[in-house]
Design a protein around this ligand. Sequence first.
Ligand SMILES: [Zn+2]
Length: 65
Amino acid sequence: MKRTRLSVCRRKARFVSERDALTVAQAGRVPLRAYRCDRCLHFHLTSRTKGKRLLQSRLLLPVDV
Ligand SMILES: [Zn+2]
């Protein structure tokens, strides 16, 4: 995994443990996953689905549904 940018690190919420991060992640409507940041060594949340898969399934739908 590539290094977390410092700007991203500073902007994001920090969690002491992965468990804490996942608790917050589950409260949200968007699927999120926790990862350990190599800048602050805490955990941040990131969105798991980045467009591609969603876009593909949309293109596969018939036009007139
Ligand atoms: Zn960080």
